[in-house]
Design a protein around this ligand. Sequence first.
Ligand code: SF4
Length: 192
Amino acid sequence: MSNEIIFTITDLKQFIYCPRIFYYHACLPSIRPVTYKMERGIQAHESERVKAARRSLDMYDLPLGERHFDVPVYSPRLGLSGQIDEVIATENSLIPVDYKLARQAGDHFKVQLAAYAMMLEDLHAVHVSHGFLYLIAKRKAEKITISAKLRDQVNTALVQMRHIAEKESMPAATIWRQRCADCEFRRFCNDV
Ligand code: SF4
């Protein structure tokens, strides 16, 4: 079974962070500011990619594994596509690694990592039990179990995203109002 609308992993991450940011991108694409924060994120990813190639697998507590960078993934079943910063191929599985500028492995990053794992599973018929969020500022890799709860969050989010995109219906603002303080879409949200 395939889903007609193909979302990107960025759409999913934004939806988990605040559904309304996803709505603005999906339904009002003409208002798409590129902020300093976004530019900085892109630059940090590029330089981290170079540094990551020099790191050993010790950081991930793995004796052996083949490392692949900027790996494209997609799943017609999920209606999702993306590109994984790093995938480590071990004898029995694949391990996605996502590099983050943040100092903490927030929930929206974990859901994103789970989505990567699910796409790898669909593409390669393997079970992906865990992945890593590499926190650039802390130079630390945090191991994340790809739990049933995270998988449910991915599936539920995708159903809700499809509804928003098809009906063009604006969702409620995030309950985490501190996120509105430096949000590039704040001037469009009159109720926060
Ligand atoms: S201002 Fe707040 S509610 Fe509006 S899009 Fe940004 S984070 Fe979401």
